[in-house]
Design a protein. Structure first.
Length: 237
């Protein structure tokens, strides 16, 4: 990409070396709507200063510049050079012009962001043409392409395995439950036999044993009671 080179008309004026004189000139141009890109002011003598401004192109801008004492600089022809800023650009511009055999009258450059703007002043029209041809051979580096926007980083989601729901485990049987369940019917029958056994035994007991059992229980034998009753009746007689 070649450098952007254009010719510019610079306006110049002498000012009193007093506070506020430069501000009066710049305020007049601002009130007229001018947007200045190039301003250089310097002291010339004890009582005089000088200011250079550009661009002043619209008729109302030129009228305001004339009202504050500015005029087009007839003895100074200027080139405006714009290029992407990089290290060594100013040195390369000066070397190309020197190799073309041109004497530079004025050199001013400033960088804003990634751009560099240079103003070069020459005394004659032929010098302007030679300098413009020499600078046209400079190839400015292509600006780097814009970086792609970072993609949103998403964490891969692990595929879940479709597992069948686990069957609920049956509650563990208490120890000995199986044995007790197996012994259950036998115990029941044994209990029934135990309940029925006393009745069978009582039927098989002898009268003497039944008598002893009744005596232990505090009951009198029916036969003994009958014997005692007969004895009492006989005494009465």
């Amino acid at each position: 990409m070649a450098l952007a080179i254009s010719r510019v008309q610079v306006w110049v004026g002498d000012l009193l070396n007093r506070p506020g004189m430069l501000a009066r000139v710049l305020e007049a141009l601002t009130n007229a709507g001018a947007s200045l890109e190039f301003i250089i002011a310097r002291r010339v003598s004890e009582n005089t200063g000088r200011v250079f401004v550009a661009p002043v192109e619209a008729p109302e801008h030129q009228l305001a510049a004339t009202d504050v004492g500015l005029v087009p600089a007839q003895s100074m022809l200027a080139l405006r050079v714009e290029a992407p800023d990089r290290a060594g650009l100013a040195a390369e511009v000066a070397r190309r012009i020197a190799d073309a055999g041109v004497n530079i009258r004025g050199y001013s450059a400033a960088t804003a962001g990634t751009r560099c703007v240079t103003y070069l002043a020459f005394a004659e029209e032929t010098e302007v043409a030679l300098a413009e041809a020499a600078l046209s051979a400079i190839i400015a580096p292509e600006p780097p392409p814009p970086l792609p926007a970072p993609a949103a980083q998403t964490r891969p989601v692990a595929a879940r395995k479709n597992k069948a729901p686990a069957a609920k485990k049956a509650p563990k049987a208490k120890k000995g439950a199986a044995k007790r369940a197996a012994r259950g019917p036998a115990r029941a029958s044994k209990r029934r036999q135990t309940v029925a056994r006393p009745a069978a035994k009582s039927a098989k007991r002898s009268p003497a044993r039944r008598k002893a059992t009744a005596k232990k229980a505090g009951k009198k034998s029916p036969k003994r009671s009958a014997v005692k009753a007969r004895a009492r009746r006989s005494k009465r007689r």
